[in-house]
Design a protein around this ligand. Sequence first.
Ligand code: SAH
Length: 359
Amino acid sequence: MIELLSIEKQELEALLSEWKEPRFRAAQIMDWLKKGVRPEQMGNIPKGLREKLSALPFGGVKLIETLYSKKDDTAKMLYELEDGNIVECVLMRYSYGNTLCISTQAGCRMGCAFCASTLNGRVRDLTAGEMLSEVLETEKNFEHGEDRKRTVTNIVMMGSGEPLDNYENTVRFLRRATAEDGLRISPRNISLSTCGIVPRIMSLIDDAPHITLCISLHAPNNEIRDRLMPINSKWRMEELLPAAKAYADATGRRVIFEYALVDKVNSSEECAKELASRLRGINCHVNLIPLNSVKERALNGVSREYAHSFEGYLNKRGISATVRRELGTDIEGACGQLRNRRISERNTNSQNKGNTENC
Ligand code: SAH
């Protein structure tokens, strides 16, 4: 049964006609839903219809904790799903607006060697409504006080989870986020990051041609990528790079390659040279970031100074690259770190109570 926050207008119209309710109610209901309002609070909807709507699942998330960075203006939110699972979001302030990094799955099954989100595997996919609710609840969270202006202008799908491993919900979310009767965020202000599920990248050419596609590359060749990202055994770089090029060529949008610099693994000048030669001819930009060390993983980042040297090696070879700002390092800004801490706290508490709650 579809949840209210995921529903699209034509689906709601079909439901209303099944219920023998007037069609014009669809626009009124959509108006409430885009603000995250539950049926009980839909003032202009008759009680009988409100009750029918209340019987459907809603799909919202609930804020359980906000952490503010003391170093910069970043805030991290932990949200609880209706079934008790937890996901996290990060709100970053830039000169051009506020960017919210959302999660697309609880956990992740992609197994990247450096990532905290994948340590306990994937628990479940998020629905489109839950992703939308991450945005709506964040806006509510910052509605008051001096943070009033913190509306979400940009979205990056770079939190926990692999969006293209949850394709239908991801694409539905993109429609709801950009729709006139949805969040009305320009697709150009939405970035989707993938570890490289090639056929899904190709589907995005039709399903989401106006977004910014980011590809987590992290290596100049298969040998190094195999060590860091299990997905590389399924979709090799010989298939991934042409898919990136196909997206860029078909949509006219520059593709972003993400590259986390791991000391002694992918960060030598030789690696930069090989990367530059493989990316030549693709309309792209490389986002460099020193790997954020995760305590469970035995991999280390490079210094920011060195990251700038690597940037120089790429620029010298005609590849546009920048070192990404690191935000929220004091609030466990990297993927999945805070969620993991919270889950292990919960498990410790529940073990103490002799119960085996599973999140
Ligand atoms: N599954 C998607 C999106 C989630 S991860 C993907 O793989 O792209 C968002 C980005 O953070 C990815 O580029 C991922 O490789 C990167 N990342 C994960 N853990 C990191 C870490 N410890 N340090 C730096 N970047 C990391």
